[in-house]
Design a protein around this ligand. Structure first.
Ligand SMILES: *[C@@H]1O[C@H](CO)[C@@H](O)[C@H](O)[C@H]1NC(C)=O
Ligand SMILES: *[C@@H]1O[C@H](CO)[C@@H](O)[C@H](O)[C@H]1NC(C)=O
Ligand SMILES: *[C@@H]1O[C@H](CO)[C@@H](O)[C@H](O)[C@H]1NC(C)=O
Ligand SMILES: *[C@@H]1O[C@H](CO)[C@@H](O)[C@H](O)[C@H]1NC(C)=O
Length: 210
């Protein structure tokens, strides 16, 4: 299944333009073989997530309406596949930002607007995500251990594929419509307390505890 998905994806025509290689007067145009331009993160995804690669591939090569910001190989402010340990993103507007596979240990996202952003396979160990708008974010395969999720709103976030929340503070976090692996949900119910100040939902209720 995974192999089939991989072959289908890369034999079908690309739908977004590759980075622009300008023919310069003094330099011959750089000829890039298409295969090495496939990000290694995608190849890892094939091994790691099997069918998930279909989703990742669609987002990366597919519909521009689903495109993320910050993922391009030469654009300003690339945040995909980077080591951003300890960086300060507090209070920033980062709607649909691409943090896939990035190392974000101890990064500060306090109060940031991360609506629809992707943290696919990212390392958020010890990150401050308190008061952040995390609605619809992709946390698939992400490491969210020892993070501060106080009063964060995670409504509709994706947290499947072994997302781990061990040791995280979730006081007042809102997990409405977040599909969780049963062992993760049980763990979170043990530490859940508080009420989200924005939605007025009790954390325990949003996790469907009892
Ligand atoms: C997450 O990161 C912590 C700290 O580095 C590590 O101990 C743990 O094994 C990681 N968890 C997963 C599920 O990768
Ligand atoms: C978690 O974040 C909240 C809100 O920003 C803050 O009050 C609290 O001290 C933080 N907890 C830790 C352990 O850093
Ligand atoms: C998910 O975690 C479980 C328990 O730690 C492990 O047995 C399983 O292989 C993991 N699955 C993936 C896709 O990483
Ligand atoms: C959380 O609050 C929102 C908005 O107030 C509401 O639509 C949603 O149903 C609530 N979630 C739960 C689990 O009650």
């Amino acid at each position: 299944m995974a192999a089939l998905a991989f072959n289908l994806s890369f034999t079908s025509p690309r739908t977004i333009p590759l980075p622009c290689y300008r023919a310069h007067r003094n330099h011959p145009p750089v000829i890039h073989h298409p295969l090495p331009s496939i990000p290694s993160s995608l190849r890892e995804s094939v091994a790691k997530a099997g069918v998930l690669v279909l989703v990742g591939t669609t987002l990366f090569f597919g519909d521009p309406a689903l495109a993320f910001k910050g993922g391009g190989p030469y654009g300003a402010g690339v945040t995909r596949g980077q080591d951003l340990t300890g960086k300060d993103f507090s209070g920033k507007s980062l709607i649909k930002q691409d943090f896939k596979t990035s190392i974000l240990r101890q990064a500060n996202f306090k109060g940031a607007n991360l609506l629809g952003a992707s943290f696919f396979d990212a390392d958020l160990t010890g990150a401050d995500l308190s008061d952040a708008d995390l609605r619809g974010v992709d946390l698939s395969l992400a490491n969210v251990t020892k993070a501060n999720l106080s009063n964060a709103n995670l409504e509709g976030a994706l947290a499947t594929g072994n997302t781990s929340f061990r040791g995280s503070i979730i006081n007042g976090a809102d997990f409405t419509d977040v599909p969780l692996r049963e062992d993760q949900r049980e763990y979170l119910c043990k530490v859940a307390e508080g009420v989200n100040p924005t939605t007025g939902n009790a954390t325990k209720d949003t996790l469907l505890c009892n």
